[in-house]
Design a protein around this ligand. Structure first.
Ligand code: COI
Length: 353
């Protein structure tokens, strides 16, 4: 990557950081002093700016609002105790962002704009990266259409933004998940593998209905039989059955999670057998009844490793004592140690700012 990015930087006069209560950082509520903004016009990205975090001006006819050309990413940055700042595996998100862009008929961004833009922005707002364990700076790149027109066609203009949000733990306590039997998140040939805004919009009603039944989120199943497990929408899902880690294999209905892939690497390294394959809810219930279902957990950038204490499918309610989830806790610990610079980054995952 060459450092050719021409960024116009304008800084705030007084930082808001002193008003931030580090002990209370709900996910995505507070934003740092600056953001990055760029415009796609006449076939190229231009007007690249780092400027004070501020509202955007868009017209009511903005085509992203009407037709949904909007994609995003979720990445995290950490600071170690020497004050050095690192981003966790940003190239994986860069590649995935452009895959989402292709699927949604949007322009790709260059490595310079995505990675170098992010690096420069974080360098400016580095003091905002929380130091506490389980805390980080959540990085949200976003692209959306900006044509002001109601014709149903790909926009000719777009905006790319990067915003930063200091965050604490996403799921502080183990979760209760309901297996979805009616609604569908993604079908083959659709957009399930991409990180487009509509995937999340479509999940809100089923999630809200599950919440009314006392569940935190739903575990999506396939569109035809509602039997093959997919993901939880905000995280991938993994099971330890008989000591073997099993997670649904990727296809075009599941997000290729960066945390998912990191977990697989760490598990293989510590000698746990891993399988990426089709897994049905029937197999999970059977393992539970036989006593061989050892652990269930979610994996995601925001979620990190989220332990699941209850999984409901039809009339079967599976309960787990998450204090026995030794594998999930071990992998979470290792991931945290790498990200906070407490052990050697032998996988080369940490990108220095
Ligand atoms: C992430 O883990 O970064 C996500 O995108 C999940 C979510 C909070 C939308």
């Amino acid at each position: 990557m060459t450092d050719v990015l021409d960024i116009n930087v304008s800084k705030i006069t007084a930082s808001k950081l002193k008003h931030l209560r580090q002990e209370d950082l709900p996910f995505g509520k507070y934003f740092t002093d600056h953001m990055l903004e760029a415009d796609f016009e006449n076939g190229e990205w231009r007007n690249i700016e780092i400027k004070p975090y501020q509202p955007l001006l868009i017209e009511p006819s903005n085509s992203a609002l009407h037709y949904g050309q909007a994609i995003f990413e979720g990445i995290k940055a950490f600071r170690n105790h020497d004050g050095e700042a690192y981003i966790f595996r940003p190239y994986e998100n860069f590649i995935r962002f452009n895959l989402s862009a292709q699927r949604m008929c949007m322009p790709e961004v260059s490595e310079e704009l995505f990675i170098e833009g992010m690096r420069r922005l974080i360098e400016i707002d580095k003091e905002w990266i929380p130091l506490k364990n389980d805390h980080s700076l959540y990085i949200r790149p976003l692209m959306f259409a900006t044509d002001s027109a109601l014709g149903v066609k790909p926009s000719e203009t777009y905006k790319f933004l990067i915003m930063l949000s200091p965050v604490g733990p996403f799921h502080a306590v183990p979760m209760k998940i309901a297996v979805e039997e009616h609604y569908t998140r993604a079908a083959p040939g659709g957009v399930g593998f991409s990180k487009n805004a509509g995937n999340y919009g479509g999940s809100m009603l089923p999630a809200m209905l599950a919440r009314k039944q006392g569940y935190d989120q739903v575990l999506w199943t396939d569109a035809f039989e509602h039997k093959w497990l997919q993901e939880v929408g905000m995280m991938n899902i993994g099971f330890i059955i008989n000591g073997v880690f099993i997670t649904p294999d990727l296809g075009d209905t599941i997000l290729n999670g960066v945390t998912r892939s990191s977990v697989i690497t760490i598990l293989q390294d510590i000698g746990i057998k891993t399988e990426e394959r089709r897994i049905s809810i029937d197999e999970v219930v059977e393992a539970y009844n036989k006593g061989t279902l050892n652990e269930v957990f979610g994996m995601g950038t925001a979620a990190v490793i989220s332990l699941i204490k209850e999984l409901k499918y039809k009339n079967t309610v599976m309960h787990f004592d998450t204090s026995n989830f030794t594998t999930a806790l071990k992998v979470k610990h290792k991931l945290n140690e790498i990200r906070h610079g407490l052990i050697k980054d032998k996988y080369g995952w940490m990108f220095k700012i």
